[in-house]
Write a protein that binds this ligand. Structure first.
Ligand code: PEP
Length: 255
């Protein structure tokens, strides 16, 4: 049984003060709620404050990005060791906004994912097609290329325990979400790919999150799909009520 996972990507929002307030509200709403793994992904500046605020709670911490080297002359970058130092357990790799605005390629995603694993951070590897690619019927080809690039030269041991997030680019921050059927089709494809490149057992254990305008009113139907194990939530994670409703809605009977 794969435990549901809901991760809140705060993107470039929330000052330290705002972040700690949000955590305070979430802790109250989600106290003793242990059926779902809950991860918060604040901006770098708020990481350590959020780490302190979630102490002794059921909430875990992650970062939105990392550098592939552990240290060095890389002005403005953040080392994975520094993320661990701030209390992070997870890190997003290859978010579509990083790919689009900061030129992250599959090769970079591969290097960052390897480094994250080397230092003991659990990567949440994001993949997904653009609207143009979906309309040209290229979705599965794009997903396959992103999976092959991200996990190039990975061993079965390395792949174990990582998290994949399927985030169709056209659904991120647009209010348009993929239908549960559309998401399930791609999630099933991802699990099949992992099964044929690593093993059926690893594929069965892999958690695959859906991301793209997840809200309290659509989480339940998404979670009913066989291969949807949780969500990576952007906009709706910035508010106590909407994020806690999503977390609570993540426990659903599979179809
Ligand atoms: C995201 O940032 O990964 C995301 C899915 O954003 P939103 O929920 O706002 O579409």
């Amino acid at each position: 049984m794969r435990k549901p996972l809901i991760a809140g990507n705060w993107k470039m929002y929330k000052t330290i003060n705002e972040a700690t307030k949000l955590v305070g509200g979430l802790k109250k709403e989600l106290v003793d709620f242990n059926g779902v793994d809950i991860i918060l992904l604040p901006a770098f500046t708020a990481l350590y404050y959020v780490f302190q605020a979630i102490a002794d709670s059921n909430i875990q911490l992650g970062a939105q990005n990392l550098h592939w080297e552990k240290e060095g002359a890389f002005t403005g970058e953040i080392s994975p060791i520094m993320l661990k130092d701030c209390g992070c357990e997870y890190v997003i790799v290859g978010h579509s906004e990083r790919r689009k605005y900061f030129g992250e390629t599959d090769e970079v995603v591969n290097k960052k994912t390897k480094t994250a694993l080397n230092v003991g951070l659990m990567p949440i590897v994001c993949i997904g097609e653009t609207l143009e690619e979906r309309e040209a019927d290229k979705t599965m080809g794009v997903i396959e290329a992103q999976l092959s690039g991200a996990f190039k030269d990975f061993t079965a041991d390395e792949i174990q325990g990582i998290v994949v997030a399927y985030e169709p680019v056209w659904a991120i921050g647009t209010g348009k979400n993929a239908t549960p059927d559309q998401a399930q089709e791609v999630h099933k494809f991802i699990r099949g790919w992992i099964s044929s490149h690593f093993s059926g057992e690893i594929a069965q254990e892999l958690r695959i999150l859906y991301g793209g305008s997840v809200k309290p009113n659509n989480i339940k139907e998404l979670m009913q799909e066989q291969d949807i194990d949780g969500a990576l939530v952007g906009g709706a994670s910035l508010d106590v009520l909407s994020f806690s409703q999503i977390v609570k809605g993540a426990i659903a009977e599979k179809k």
